[in-house]
Design a protein around this ligand. Structure first.
Ligand code: 5AD
Ligand code: FES
Length: 346
């Protein structure tokens, strides 16, 4: 196992078989070794800095029906909302005041209200209001022309998790009509347009095997996304996966370390989902090689409605509280939340 870790670190990757062996043969000792290497590599590039992204959940209205997701179209038990442009821009300004230099607009797939025109206008207004701030979008698949218009309006980063790099597993997690091929095409389009691109997957999603995870890691090794969202699957009670077990802290941390070693400069968040399955999840995520956190900047009155999974943390806290809380949490394990756009250092 030690040799595999050495090879991973030196070559920035392994064969499929190598990943499978590394994952299936994991022990607490190997996890500690990986975390130590990942932390060292991250420190050599970013020191002990933690970058923050202010996340504004602009709408839970979604035309998709992903089987794992609490805001899927078929869920009749949630109150749907969308923030209007003025509210979104006000949240972004507030975030800027708190020290955020990256604003992420995230929402369900919905091009009826958030047309290119409306969204481009919001992007332009945020760019104007918040100097030296990166506007990131996480709005699902929208098509190349739309991605281009939003880029021209000033958005420079796009988060679109691939969810799983195995096409048949992708079909098990999504309704007919959604394909891995289309997701991958979006990622390539985004990159070609010039965006910094975020991919990522859930850990422990239903039907997931070690071979699927190895495929995810091979994809990351090949595509080298600028960012990678990697958090545990957590069941939502109003979805077909309500009774499926959640992904584990242990495997998520292990994969965070591997991804750091595959692509040392990658921007790697310790996700809210990780903080949800373990009270110290995000702190442990940093120690395993993560370097980003994404506190919530959404208006408090809509937060409980943006429930992708059950028991999500930080749904009752004011945005200022959230940032302060995270800064303290990070400091408790020796990391420093900085005021910075947090660009990738390639
Ligand atoms: N558990 C964990 N993560 C989830 N996501 C959606 N539903 C869940 C869930 N039940 C993740 C997906 C999506 C991101 C915005 O949230 O990976 O890309
Ligand atoms: Fe949101 Fe702690 S990070 S309250």
């Amino acid at each position: 196992m030690q040799e595999l870790v050495d090879e991973l670190e030196a070559q920035h990757g392994l064969s499929r078989e190598g990943y499978i062996e590394l994952i299936d043969g994991r022990t607490p000792e190997v996890a500690a070794l990986l975390a130590q290497r990942a932390d060292a590599v991250r420190r050599s590039i970013y020191g002990n800095a933690v970058f923050t992204r202010g996340l504004i959940e602009i709408s839970n209205i979604c035309k998709n029906d992903c089987l794992y997701c609490g805001i899927r179209r078929s869920n009749r038990n949630i109150t749907r909302y969308r923030l209007d442009p003025n509210t979104i821009v006000a949240c972004a300004r507030e975030g800027y005041e708190y020290g955020y230099r990256t604003i992420v607009l995230q929402g369900g797939e919905n091009t009826t209200y958030y047309t290119d025109e409306v969204l481009c206008d919001v992007v332009r207004r945020i760019v104007d209001a918040c100097p030296d701030t990166a506007v990131t979008l996480s709005m699902g698949e929208r098509g190349r022309e739309s991605f281009q218009k939003l880029f021209d309006a000033g958005a420079t980063r796009y988060l679109l998790r691939h969810e799983t790099a195995d096409a048949s597993h992708y079909r098990q997690l999504h309704p007919k009509g959604m394909t891995l091929a289309s997701r991958m095409q979006c990622l390539r389009d985004l990159r070609e347009i010039g965006y910094m691109v975020g991919a990522g997957m859930m850990v422990g999603s239903p039907f997931q095997t070690t071979a699927h995870l190895a495929a995810d890691l091979s994809f990351i090794q090949e595509f080298k996304p600028d960012m990678c969202g990697l958090g545990p699957f957590i069941p939502h009670h109003d979805t077909p996966f309500a009774n499926e077990p959640a992904g584990t802290l242990e495997l998520t941390l292990y994969l965070l370390s591997i991804v750091r070693l595959i692509h040392p400069p990658i921007l790697l968040p310790a996700t809210t989902a990780l903080g949800t399955i373990d009270p110290m999840g995000r702190e442990k995520g940093m120690q395993a090689g993560a370097n980003v956190v994404m506190p919530n900047l959404s208006p408090v009155d809509v937060r409980k409605d943006y429930a992708l999974y059950d028991n999500k943390i930080c749904t009752g806290d004011e945005s200022a509280v959230c940032r302060g809380c995270l800064a303290r949490r990070m400091a408790s394990v020796g990391y420093e939340v900085v005021v910075d756009r947090g660009d990738i250092r390639l």
